[in-house]
Design a protein around this ligand. Sequence first.
Ligand code: V47
Length: 369
Amino acid sequence: MSVSLRLGSFPRPLQDIAAKVRDDERLDGDDALTCFTTPHLLHLGRLANAVRRRLHGDVAFYNINRHINPTNICVYTYNCKFCGFAALPGEDHAWEMSHEEVYEHAAKQGGDRVTEFHIVGGLHPDLSLDWYLEMLRGLKERFPSVHLKAFTAIEIGWFAQREKRMRDAGLGSLPGGGAEIFHPDVREIICDGKLDSDEWIEVHRTAHRLGIRSNSTMLYGHVEKPEHKVDHLLRLRDLQDDTGGFNAFIPLAYHPENNYMGLRYHTTGSEDLRHIATSRLVLDNIPHIKAYWVMITPKLAQVALSFGADDIDGTVVEETIYHMAGADTEQHLERPELERIVREAGFTPVQRDTLYNPLQSAQPAPVAG
Ligand code: V47
């Protein structure tokens, strides 16, 4: 479906892209580079907003979820220089939950009925695949209706690529973490020795082949260059052309605290919006772009809904990865607050499950006065 866009109202360098957006044509690598480098952020946002409205109208999704991080002990503590979450065994800030503790965290879900547990953690040297399988089964027994979105491709790689046993134990989908930047020149600097990009892609391809859907991410705002991000997005787009298994893409803004990177600056709001808009424009085959409120703040997530995003993630409840890296956002937002954020931004809140099936329409907006 084409949308009406007056080409003359765009600055010259964006007119070819505007024509492609109008005609629903795919952007190429040069276009993607233009998106990553143009100074005309508001025009870029207009284009991304046209695409998101064509795909999702005025709807913005959220879910009722809870993050669980069973352990932060990680064999890659020194490899992933950007990470403020990981710890070595015996360090003061290291933790390792028992199965019972995982179930207790899962049960501590105040407020609305949770539909998703988002479970990720460090690569623990001693916890076996069977320990994780028992955890999944235990969660499924106690919370049969809750979708288990668990383990980044890095963790799956660490578990020796046993996705099928995972699915049989109750795994529903994979979160998108661990992708960072695929290009080896960057990967070598920020997370040398971790699963490489071909392996990350292969884990997701295998998951998709097994009928397990997943999300995708890109970590930006550190040492990467626009060319690396173009390469990253095009590789995700190629995989999605092959499998169609990605639900969503989440651009992840680098947070500088408590890590080994030696880069101490935060991303700016403009940078965050540019990444939302560019991903909406380039990833024409990934249905949802998520503005993760924990990471970019609820305030910027609202603006991001007009720059191409159609999802703000969920209630979250207890977040550690970004808070240990310096985020000062809330850890938990209740459903009325998520809906208020969406409404105030001019969109219609729709609660979804992990696979983006709408669950119920929003509660009526509170009556003023
Ligand atoms: O893999 C770690 C990133 C990811 C830092 O799939 C950092 O719905 C910035 O993937 N600064 C984990 N980023 C989080 C993640 C995620 C989050 C929300 C929703 C979903 C989803 C996925 O966080 C890691 C890494 O790429 N990360 N440390 C940091 N200092």
